[in-house]
Design a protein around this ligand. Structure first.
Ligand code: UD1
Ligand code: MG
Length: 427
């Protein structure tokens, strides 16, 4: 198994935020977690070393709680990308296999590309492979400088590049695969005599060449995957790109999405074919949606939602941590949270599961069994169970369990006072 090193110590000044850059999120998932997941999902790596520095404690806390196979290594002060990788030397002292190096701020990188990159590295029996990209506008990237025979000579940073070097359109994507046993010594020998006074990771190319090691470059097919986040505008753009990718996958799988532009679907949502998603839906977190469901327009699934087949979630319906069995409808203006809902249920307009007690800050469960009909504008005060076949009258507040097939109603009786208006208005 291989190891990975993920660089995430940088400050991210342009995010203008108190939050460390790699903890900014797309669909509530931090950027660095996307990178770690892409690496873990290759199945090639058994340990990730995350280099942290700026606001290290926050990043470390997140990673230790949420990311498998991952350990943080502190880099203080941050003296450049080469210095960052060198921080992993003690951890990797007994290791001489391959290491993939990536950045924590490129959430669009895919497992497929990482796998292809590693395959290329292995097939070339390469000691150092650099991922490159061809950019129409290469400004700010390190340029890949090739020898006449096409082999890679060095990487030159924008700030150190000559006018001629700046014309090169092949850039360093910032992803590397290295034979740790052979390259590790480079990290002890890097110098910082460059325009930025930093220890450049990119200088390992010259070092490896000077040792006559095998150095290769692999050109990525889709530049989108190395899109790095440096600002809130970048973050919004990356979210859009990711969403488009997800929507396209669902369309290919037979999901109908009426308006891909206003539909947001998180990467951890599974949807079966022939389900229709109407415009302006926001589907966040982990969800499983069956066949032939209808969602939206203007629906909000907040995660941990499981919908069986033929479920309807209509406009202005919010659903969270809820399982809904087949042929159940919640068509209008409803909140369903922390609930288990049976099949053949009708949830009337304006129904609310009151799942949260703001005094104790506890959340409780609402259980609605098969074939229940909930009248409009009802409140189900959790914890509560509404048993099979129950009919809840409109405008009811349900505060205790209702036995099967009962009518439950709390509405005040209707009073009709004849001629009341006339008497009170001199008509
Ligand atoms: C780097 C590459 C450049 C490449 C570009 C691709 C170097 C010297 N240059 O430039 O060739 O085209 O990425 O995006 O490597 N970091 C640390 N510790 C540090 C410095 C940086 O962890 O001391 C992290 C940052 O948080 C970031 C990554 O390393 O995730 C890259 O650093 P950054 O400063 O963005 O490098 P670039 O100038 O973009
Ligand atoms: Mg960068």
């Amino acid at each position: 198994m291989m190891k990975s090193i993920i660089l995430a110590a940088g400050k991210g000044t342009r995010m203008k935020s108190e939050t460390p850059k790699v903890l900014h999120t797309i669909f509530d998932k931090p950027l660095v977690e996307y990178v770690i997941e892409a690496v873990n999902n290759t199945g090639l790596v058994d340990a990730n070393y995350i280099i942290v520095g700026h606001q290290a404690r926050l990043v470390e806390e997140f990673i230790s709680k949420n990311c498998r196979n991952s350990k943080c290594i502190l880099q203080v002060p941050q003296l450049g990308t080469g210095h960052a990788v060198s921080m992993a030397r003690p951890e990797l002292s007994g290791y001489d296999g391959d290491v993939i190096i990536l950045c924590g701020d490129t959430p669009l990188i895919t497992s497929e590309t990482i796998k292809e990159f590693v395959d290329f590295h292995k097939s070339k029996q390469s000691d150092l492979t650099v991922m490159s990209a061809i950019m129409e506008n290469p400004t700010n990237y390190g340029r890949i400088i090739k020898n006449y025979n096409g082999t890679i000579n060095s990487i030159v940073e924008e700030k150190d590049a000559t006018a001629e070097e700046k014309l090169v359109k092949e850039i360093n994507a910032g992803i590397y695969c290295i034979n740790w046993g052979k390259i590790r010594q480079a990290f002890a020998e890097l110098k910082n005599n460059n325009a930025q006074g930093e220890y450049y990771l990119t200088d390992i190319v010259k070092w490896a060449n000077s040792k006559k090691l095998s150095v290769n470059s692999y050109t990525i097919k889709n530049n989108e995957e190395i899109f790095g986040i440096n600002s809130k505008a970048n973050l919004a753009e990356a979210a859009k790109l990711m969403n488009k990718r997800i929507i396209n996958k669902h369309l290919e799988n037979g999901v109908t999405i009426i308006d891909p532009v206003t539909t947001w679907i998180s990467p951890d949502t599974v949807i079966e074919s022939d389900t229709v998603i109407y415009p302006s839906c926001y589907i966040n977190g982990k969800n499983k949606i069956g066949k032939n469901c209808k969602i939206g327009p203007f629906a909000h699934l907040r995660g941990d939602v499981v919908l069986e087949d033929n479920v309807k979630i209509g406009n202005f319906v919010e659903v969270k941590k809820t399982t809904i069995k087949s042929h159940t409808n919640a068509c209008h203006l409803t909140y369903l949270g922390d609930s288990e809902i049976g099949s053949g249920v009708n949830i009337g307009a304006g129904t609310i599961t009151a799942n949260y007690n703001p005094l104790t800050k506890e959340k409780s469960k609402t259980i609605i069994k098969d074939n229940v009909k909930i009248g409009s504008n009802s409140v189900l005060v959790a914890p509560v169970t509404v048993d099979e076949g129950v009919n809840v009258g409109a405008l009811s507040v349900i505060t205790k369990n209702i036995p099967a097939w009962a009518l439950a109603i709390t509405r005040a009786p209707l009073r009709v006072v004849e001629n009341w208006v006339k008497k009170n208005t001199n008509q």
